[in-house]
Design a protein around this ligand. Structure first.
Ligand code: HAM
Length: 437
């Protein structure tokens, strides 16, 4: 049998786990600052939850099967249907707006490539019960603040933002029939991946004139809001969508994240349920896939639970963000450090060393000692290997006078200290075991 994981799945050895924990800590810390509270749901859901509303792309990637009770089930490929179901079930009892976050592991049977695995962790931030554009701005501000908290500024990351209502209004304004709007959205979604002629052809096949198709692609590529304002001056739907965008921009300015913002009508999002402002975060050099994606989905709770409640949210994956942070040298490396290595001088001091380790652990310090008799030289090597900050030598002096020798492995300094000093040091140590070295 192979010792490797399945294709597209990861083993998190302690070093990788430490990086994952660091990233989750950034996510949780920013979420806390925005008053978001954490929840979770089941990793396995009824298949129907996804086939109803997520859209074909994700449904084609499901890890689904029949369980032993004959139910059609699927591992969760995304969190949105679960959270929409949970909120719909308690819609009346929950304080509005609902401000929730979660860090689920998700499963999609994708073709494995850079930035795409078959499992990933995804921070989900979702707000429910607020239709005002201020909620849209708050949501994007969370995503941008996370970038900032990871050391990624507007020179590193851009938030490409569009509005499905604006795009719909433009398409209607360009005289495109209602039944072809879906096909136009699909074409816009592929604007960066397929040549214009192929996209125009797809649209003409569903009854759009070649001129109108070409015109819409031009408008979208240009994403020039002043030009749109002029061209569609008398068109109420377009004008109100543009005005909403002006407010959105001003709010993001107030949040201090306006610098990240790029208005970009080519962003439509692959998932079917979005209804309003949508966005994706990308690295500014365009080397990686999307770090994050989301937007408003005001009709999903109605579709899943018969509850009329506006909703919006985003998902930010750990894979692309991890790749980007590593590429920009912003991902801290290494496993968690150890506070003390307790080194018995010889076999006669092993019991005392164990008892001292227990006392220091009781003070909250992280402590290791050799589990078998070991020469001091070997112990120092092991202490270095474990990333210990200090080695505490337990010898005759400890037995006679409750004193230890403490060697600081960073400075190389060595001093004799009373036990009381050591216990005090353990209590007030500046950094804990889970901090990064
Ligand atoms: P999504 O665009 O499918 O949206 O995924 C969001 C992010 O998750 C992507 O930008 C990417 O970073 C990461 N991601 C997605 N699939 C994979 C994969 N196979 N491997 C690695 N990373 C991946 C959603 O899932 C929506 N449910 C987000 C949302 C929440 N919308 C509203 N609330």
């Amino acid at each position: 049998m192979s010792t490797g994981a399945l294709p597209g799945f990861r083993d998190f050895y302690p070093e990788q786990f430490a990086q994952r924990a660091w990233l989750f800590e950034r996510w949780r810390e920013v979420a806390r600052r925005f008053g978001l509270v954490e929840y979770d749901g089941p990793p396995l859901e009824p298949l129907e939850l996804y086939t109803r509303k997520s859209g074909d792309e994700i449904v084609g990637q499901l890890y689904n099967f029949e369980d032993k009770g004959g139910r059609q089930v699927s591992l969760r490929p995304e969190m949105t249907p679960t959270v929409a179901r949970m909120v719909a079930a308690r819609a009346n009892a929950l304080r509005k707006p609902v401000r929730w976050f979660s860090i689920p592991q998700l499963f999609r049977y994708e073709r494995q490539q850079k930035g795409r695995l078959r499992e990933h962790f995804q921070l989900n931030v979702d707000l429910f019960g607020e239709g005002d554009v201020a909620a849209d701005a708050e949501l994007l501000a969370v995503a941008c603040e996370i970038m900032r908290s990871c050391g990624l500024g507007p020179d590193d990351v851009v938030a490409r933002v569009s509005d499905r209502r604006l795009l719909t209004a433009l398409v209607r304004g360009a005289g495109i029939p209602e039944e072809a709007i879906g096909a136009v959205f699909a074409a816009v979604d592929k604007i960066e991946r397929e040549p214009t002629e192929a996209l125009v052809k797809k649209m003409t096949e569903v009854g759009v004139s070649a001129t109108a198709a070409g015109h819409v692609l031009e408008l979208v590529k240009g994403s020039d809001f002043d030009a749109l304002r002029t061209e569609f001056a008398g068109h109420g739907e377009v004008t109100s969508a543009l005005e909403r965008f002006d407010t959105y921009r001003a709010l993001l300015d107030a949040h201090g994240v306006r610098e990240y913002l790029r208005l970009d009508l080519t962003i439509v999002r692959g998932l079917a349920y979005y209804t309003g402002i949508v966005f994706e975060l990308f690295d500014a050099r365009g080397e990686f896939r999307a770090v994050c994606g989301g937007g408003r989905y005001d009709n999903l709770l109605q579709a899943l639970g018969g509850v009329d409640m506006p909703a919006l949210g985003f998902g930010m994956g750990d894979v692309v963000l991890g790749e980007l942070l590593k590429a920009r040298g912003k991902m801290p490396g290494g496993a968690p450090a150890l506070d003390y290595w307790i080194a018995p001088l010889d076999g006669t001091h092993r019991m005392a060393a164990t008892a001292l380790a227990a006392r220091l652990r009781a003070e909250g310090a992280s402590v290791e000692y050799p589990l078998k008799e070991q020469a001091l030289g070997k112990q120092f090597k092991a202490a270095h290997g474990a990333g210990a900050r200090a080695v505490v030598i337990v010898g005759d002096r400890y037995r006679e006078a409750q004193e230890v020798e403490v060697k600081d492995l960073a400075t190389g300094g060595q001093e004799v200290r009373p036990l009381s000093w050591l216990l005090d040091h353990a209590r007030t140590r500046p950094t804990g075991a889970n901090d990064r070295p």
